[in-house]
Design a binder for this molecule. Sequence first.
Ligand code: ZN
Length: 99
Amino acid sequence: MTERTTCCVPFCRRSTKERYSEWICSVHWPMIPKRTRQRRSQAKRLLKRARQRLERQYQRQGSVFTTAQWGRVESAQRLESALWDRCKREAIEAAGGLR
Ligand SMILES: [Zn+2]
């Protein structure tokens, strides 16, 4: 059997063939407040830009980057992951009827 990724919401049996580390299905995703989803996609874009920027700096500087340059990517990663956790929490809460 191929590995599938199942939805983060407990007892939800939906899954995707994509191999994400974590995933929220199309039924539970819209239950997350729009504001949270928007903030998360913003954070994703920010992280992508930060990585691209570091890549350019790395190339331009002769295959090196500074701690400060790396730090910007790292904080973008932290923000993105915090918002993903919040998406999960809010989807689980909404699915469980906790609000
Ligand atoms: Zn689900």
